[in-house]
Design a protein around this ligand. Structure first.
Ligand code: ADP
Ligand code: ADP
Length: 225
């Protein structure tokens, strides 16, 4: 029943910084979990372990009960939909359509099947009308939604988003929150936007200096913090 299990995860950077000391928590199917914490708490380091961008010094990350290691890296990157901090890191093709088609094409989708997959991903973020546009010309909110679509088109088992409301104006932010609330996916979201967390994530994990300081229902965590 757990889609993601993180067990005694520890990561030390080459300069000796203990970014993650001992982090454990699990995410159930369909659950939305926020990971919050001050700058330097270890959030980015944690996210980088979820798709094998970094591998742990000790401890383990399991996705669908399969440990992420060198032999399972490819599968982990497919099942974990990672939406980066900066949408510009995710959008690199001439058109929105091509960006959203990139992942499923690599998985072997072609023809009508590919078109349907791209259309569906764009529809889920209210961005069908942007298919022919150059990502470069999009607004911040549009870029953010398209970046999410590039990941949704891969049918991830779990969606991981780093500061999804960062840089959005109030209208674009509201629109994005509305969409995120409608996703049935298991989600992990890092954010300093606590109002968004309150609306989108039923559970919150508080990281501090590389350890989990609190983990529980978002309302309770916010009351206590
Ligand atoms: P957060 O995302 O919560 O701001 P990070 O995971 O980026 O936290 O950083 C956790 C700790 O690891 C910080 O002390 C940070 O300075 C350090 N750190 C991050 N990346 C590196 C790196 N490549 N080399 C050395 N230390 C790093
Ligand atoms: P940020 O400060 O925007 O959070 P980082 O310093 O953590 O970015 O990461 C630097 C670059 O590494 C980013 O531009 C991003 O493209 C890439 N990156 C970050 N996290 C991951 C990840 N989990 N998997 C793959 N690439 C990543």
């Amino acid at each position: 029943h757990h889609i993601l299990e993180i067990e005694h995860l520890r990561h030390v950077y080459p300069d000796g910084t203990e970014a993650l000391r001992d982090v454990s928590f699990s995410v159930r199917h369909g659950e939305s979990v926020a990971v919050i914490g001050a700058n330097g708490a270890g959030k980015s380091t944690l996210l980088a372990h979820l798709n094998g961008h970094l591998l742990p010094h000790s401890g383990e990350v399991r996705i669908g009960h399969v440990p992420v290691d060198r032999s399972t890296l490819q599968e982990a990157r497919r099942t974990v939909g990672m939406v980066f901090h900066d949408p510009d890191d995710q959008l690199f093709m001439p058109t929105v359509y091509e960006d959203v088609a990139f992942g499923p094409m690599n998985l072997g989708l072609t023809g009508d099947e590919l078109k349907r997959c791209v259309a569906q991903a764009l529809r889920r973020v209210d961005a069908e009308h942007l298919a022919g546009k150059a990502p470069y010309h999009l607004s911040a909110g549009e870029k953010r939604r398209v970046a999410i679509a590039t990941v949704l088109s891969m049918s991830p088992d779990i969606l991981v988003m780093d500061e999804p409301t960062n840089g959005l104006d109030p209208y674009a932010r509201r629109q994005l929150i509305g969409l995120l609330k409608d996703f049935r996916h298991s989600k992990i979201v890092t954010s300093h936007d606590l109002d968004m967390v309150l609306e989108v994530c039923e559970r919150t994990v508080v990281l501090s200096q590389g350890v989990v300081r609190a983990d529980g229902p978002t309302l309770e965590i916010f009351r206590d913090e």
